[in-house]
Design a protein around this ligand. Structure first.
Ligand code: NDP
Ligand code: MG
Length: 386
């Protein structure tokens, strides 16, 4: 395997830092050529000193000079702003773009990378929630492979290796989050601190809240629909609190293939980077005797109304999932900042979905406009509550 040259969008985040750990475990196989951050300039500077990429981007333009001066003694180009994110992924020297930034901000750079025919290691699921059809069409047209990083989708991808038969059913597992067993009355009063304590995974704040509301699983259902070309009715969500079975695929003969392992995102990150090879990885290994047993439950769409909203959005299609995502980004942040109750997250998203004009066949410009409009509507709704 020749050395793969990697651009990490969001290198300062949870996925980004774990990807750098994978890269540092295989310096003979991987090189980080581009690193980008949102606002954490000091961490980006440390990473640049350690990995010596060709270029770094700080999305927050006000920190450009600070980063530039800190790296002035190194042959590292420094850029800032959203446009720069779109340009650095197109560089000739890049083989794989790992999209590890969070939210709608991932859409444009991902489309640029696809256009430049890069392989996409896709962590940024919001891109597929918002514009799955457009992204998959462009990836097909440009022959840009999309390799899933999300643990469930990596599991499905691994189950499909070597298969030529169609999928009969996807079994998408969910941990159920920290509030899996909590009664609805109690849910109304949960705090951001409680919601940020995920039982099995250490992740960025936004996705951790999405896991607590189970919007994350709704997003993953939509992500699976686009990645694997299946209908939502052929995706069964199974709550599996141990997070050992990362997901499974059922075929026509009733055979079910599952992928198991300890919950460690470095496994799917590395698989996306090394595919079709498997490499060694310094990570805790699965011991079934210690586990003893695995459990499974049905998801509760009443307590976790965000899951039902994700089904509603994908059934409507058009720009509805884009509205779902935009409202969720606004509500998720408002909850984290103490401006919105936990159960109100689903309420304001539902209301935003009802109020934002529907567009059946959206273009990229529609998505950009819808995202703006839905954010404004949702922000107004939240302001009106307090
Ligand atoms: P984090 O919040 O930990 O990291 C996000 C990264 O994106 C940071 O580097 C951040 O920069 C950067 N960023 C944030 N906003 C912007 C912006 N507007 N423009 C440019 N860069 C930005 O998130 P995670 O690593 O947890 O998640 C990343 C993606 O991966 C998400 O889409 C998530 O759903 C998905 N994912 C994550 C998993 C996990 O285990 N963490 C599992 C499966 C999927 P900075 O911090 O410097 O501001
Ligand atoms: Mg996941």
């Amino acid at each position: 395997m020749s050395k793969k040259k990697i651009a990490i969008l969001g290198s300062t985040g949870s996925i980004g830092t774990q990807a750098l750990d994978v890269i540092s475990q295989h310096p003979d196989l991987f090189e980080a050529r581009v690193l980008t951050a949102g606002r954490r300039a000091d961490l980006l500077i440390d990473q640049a000193r350690r990995f010596l990429p060709d270029a770094v981007v700080i999305a927050d333009e006000s920190q450009y000079q600070y980063v530039q001066e800190a790296l002035a003694d190194l042959p590292v180009k420094v850029y800032a702003g959203e446009e720069a994110l779109c340009q650095v992924v197109e560089g000739e020297q890049i083989d794989i773009v790992l999209t590890a930034l969070v939210g709608f901000a991932g859409l444009k750079p991902t489309l640029h990378a696809i256009n430049a025919r890069k392989a996409i290691a896709l962590a940024n699921k919001e891109t597929l929630v918002v514009a799955g059809e457009l992204v998959m069409q462009r990836a097909l047209a440009r022959q840009a492979p999309i390799l899933p990083v999300d643990s469930e989708h990596s599991a499905i991808f691994q189950c499909l290796a070597g298969e030529r038969s169609p999928i009969e059913k996807i079994i998408l597992t969910a941990s159920g989050g920290p509030f899996r067993l909590m009664e609805r009355e109690r849910l109304a009063a949960v705090t951001p601190t409680e919601a940020l304590k995920h039982p099995n995974w250490q992740m960025g704040a936004k996705i951790t809240i999405d896991s607590a509301t189970m919007m994350n699983k709704g997003f993953e259902m939509i992500e699976a629909k686009w990645l694997f070309g299946v209908s939502p009715t052929d995706i069964e969500i199974v709550v599996h609190p141990e997070s050992i079975i990362h997901s499974a695929v059922q075929f026509a003969d009733g055979a079910v293939k599952a992928q198991l392992g300890m919950p460690d995102m470095r496994v799917p990150i590395q698989y996306a980077l090394s595919y079709p090879q498997r490499l060694t990885l310094n990570t805790p290994k699965l011991d079934l005797f210690t586990l003893g047993h695995l459990t499974f439950e049905k998801p509760d769409m009443e307590r976790f109304a965000c899951l039902a909203l994700a089904y509603e959005a994908t059934q409507s299609g058009g720009n509805k999932p884009c509205v779902l995502n935009a409202a969720n980004e606004v509500a998720n942040l408002a909850f984290r900042e103490g401006r919105l109750g936990f159960l109100q997250i689903a309420e304001v998203i539902a209301e935003t979905m009802a109020r934002t004009p529907f567009v059946a066949e959206p273009s990229l410009d529609t998505y950009l406009a819808t995202d703006k409009e839905a954010r404004a509507i949702c922000a107004d709704l939240i302001a009106g509550l307090s």
